[in-house]
Design a protein around this ligand. Structure first.
Ligand SMILES: NC(=O)c1ccc[n+]([C@@H]2O[C@H](COP(=O)([O-])OP(=O)(O)OC[C@H]3O[C@@H](n4cnc5c(N)ncnc54)[C@H](O)[C@@H]3O)[C@@H](O)[C@H]2O)c1
Length: 283
């Protein structure tokens, strides 16, 4: 039975996952090393809950309960839970270190899940005590709305962990899909080309980014690639591309594009910094 869930990393994904989990009735503790991020996460969650009330998806009473179920902390020692979902930077060494620390303070029955978009779950599991309870649980952005969740089995993950996470996703009204541990899993591997081909087209002057977004939206995509990269975060999107590029032996198909590299260098990370391919005034 899952009662308490800890979310490690309160950025774009952590905020959405926390709301999704709290709506399923679990208590949530959100941890981040950055106090400003925690404050922003609490505001974002409140804003998103209020939007659900406005759209009459939930009542005011339920919204208040959901908000009251989420607490915020900058102390990792508070991350003692039945399930922990990690949503920090897309860097293997940093994630691995955090998993080691979480494994040390939690019981061997606690499930440790990573929201990584592309990194190897088997690599994260390496040298962590009880690697059987480690898996990938990959939500999509915005996590409190998008239904799909990829559940990733690493080399050492046991069946009970996979089944528990799949049930936990269903409890959140999500659709879990179980994937093997290959670079980018399913969606991010396929979606790389949506971003990279669009970047190449813009770079070669085939069309303006706004036009490319409009054309692809007209063909049925909910969001054009440049709007989507702004929503994902340029740094995260580039890190995922780099991860696949290396995992596939530097094949040119996955080569990061200079346009995104420049954006990251300039700190134009998208919605979260107020500027990416477009400008935003919601920071
Ligand atoms: N952005 C997306 O659309 C998206 C979608 C699916 C999965 N993901 C994955 O989710 C993860 C997080 O992405 P994001 O977009 O939320 O990133 P983000 O940059 O918005 O947030 C990351 C957060 O992690 C915190 N952090 C960094 N190191 C930490 C540590 N050691 N301990 C605790 N907190 C730490 C940072 O302070 C930051 O608040 C990544 O692995 C990414 O690949 C992202």
């Amino acid at each position: 039975m899952i009662n308490k869930v800890a979310i490690v990393g309160a950025g774009t994904m952590g905020s959405g996952i926390a709301l999704s989990v709290a709506q399923s009735g679990c208590n949530v503790v959100m941890f981040d090393v950055n106090d400003a991020v925690l404050l922003k996460a609490s505001k974002t969650i409140l804003h998103n809950v209020n939007k659900l009330v406005e759209k009459e998806k939930i009542s005011r009473e339920i919204a208040d309960d959901v908000i009251n179920r989420i607490t915020f902390t900058n102390a990792m020692s508070d991350c003692i839970a039945d399930v922990i979902i990690e949503a920090i930077v897309e860097k293997l060494e940093v994630k691995h270190e955090v998993f080691l620390q979480l494994a040390e303070i939690n019981s061997p029955t606690t499930i440790l899940a990573s929201n990584t978009s592309s990194l190897s779950i088997s690599a994260i599991q390496k040298n962590i005590p009880f690697p059987n309870r480690i898996a990938g649980m990959h939500y999509f952005n915005p996590a409190h709305i998008m239904k799909l969740v990829e559940i990733i089995r690493g080399n050492d993950t046991d069946d009970n962990t996979i089944q528990t996470l799949a049930s936990f996703a269903k409890l959140q009204q999500k659709t879990p899909v179980i994937c093997s541990d290959s670079p980018g899993f399913i969606v991010n591997r396929v979606a790389r080309h949506f971003y990279l081909e669009s970047l190449k087209a813009a770079e070669k002057g085939a069309a303006d980014i706004k036009v490319i977004d409009e054309i692809l939206e007209a063909t049925g995509f909910k969001m054009g690639p440049f709007k989507l990269m702004d929503m994902i975060g340029m740094d995260i999107n580039l890190a995922v591309t780099e991860s696949l590029y290396h995992a596939f032996n530097e094949t040119v198909r996955f080569k990061p594009n200079m346009l995104q590299i420049e954006k990251v260098k300039n700190g134009d990370l998208g919605r979260k910094t107020g500027k990416g391919f477009y400008l935003y005034n919601n920071v």
